[in-house]
Design a protein around this ligand. Sequence first.
Ligand SMILES: [Zn+2]
Length: 373
Amino acid sequence: MKFSEVVGQKNVKRSLIFAKKENRIPHALLFNGPEGCGKLGLAVAFSQYINCEEPEDDDSCGTCISCLKYKKLIHPDLHFVFPLMKVSETTLVCNEFLKEWREILLADIYFTPLQWYAHIGRESKQGVIYAEEAGEIIKKLNLKTFEAEYKCMIIWLPEKMNIAAANKLLKILEEPPDKTVFILVAEETEHLLPTLLSRCQLVRIPPIKDSDLYEALQKQSEFSEHDIKNAVMLSEGNMIKAALILENSGNNQQFLENFKLLMRAAFAVNMIEIIKQTDEIASFSKEKQKDFLIFMLKVIRDNFLITEGAGTKVIHRPEEAEFSSKFHPFINQRNVFKIVEEIEKAHFHLERNGSPKIVLLDMMLSIARVIKS
Ligand SMILES: [Zn+2]
């Protein structure tokens, strides 16, 4: 993986490349940043760069023998540790999941712990890095370096280490083996042992800049300008969130039609039509029902902003703009808070497995009452 495959983060890349050029590579680094900023990709790209045989000025060459092995994540001196979950008392170590790990990472460097757990078929469990893994780390590091200049040990989410694992790792970091680089890739450093933190050089990775995110999404996706701008605005520099929002925007056309029909029925206080429309939403998958409520919240918020004269803050698809030009006067200070409250309440009940038909009908009846009052 080359640095160029990681979106944005120019300053971080520059300082990492500088460290290699100055021959000042710390034996332990802590890459800390929020979800979706690209820290795991940066860890792999940095490991590839310091082992590249013909490094270029701002990236690894991508074609030397080391880079080719890195590209497939099969370099014998590249090691990964990541959270897993025990089923019964069988010991699990990362080696048993290397195939799955390579699959997910080669498909996309941006993924969440939950997506990882789902990939190995354990979506409902919390991952842990167990003490057995520390034993594995020692075993791997005692092997002599096969071919590379540096052995790289990338530990994804060290905050998931249990206490025994963290203490063992600390011992290793106290007497680091020669030519070994540890890269801890963490989201929540407050759950790390302070002694472990103090052994690592901290590299802060910020959220991706809006302009970089915009450029990357435009290159990668077939989505409209409106959808991409909307995803950038709502995702706060988080690539994973941006991709999810874009994925959902395919639903937006349908959601707008559903929303119009619901509102028309509410204004007419047409019970039969309200029931028909809420039943229609209730027939969606659970996730899609919740997405629809999020969509409703956005439309209500946007229309309130327009009513309040802050319409320039709203990013609209053309068909939404046309709808809002007539709809916005109905959303105002007298009713907006109550409507939002009703939608949020419905979302809460759907998450807790309330009956969608009842929850949605209840919400719409309350909204109809508020709008008509
Ligand atoms: Zn190379």
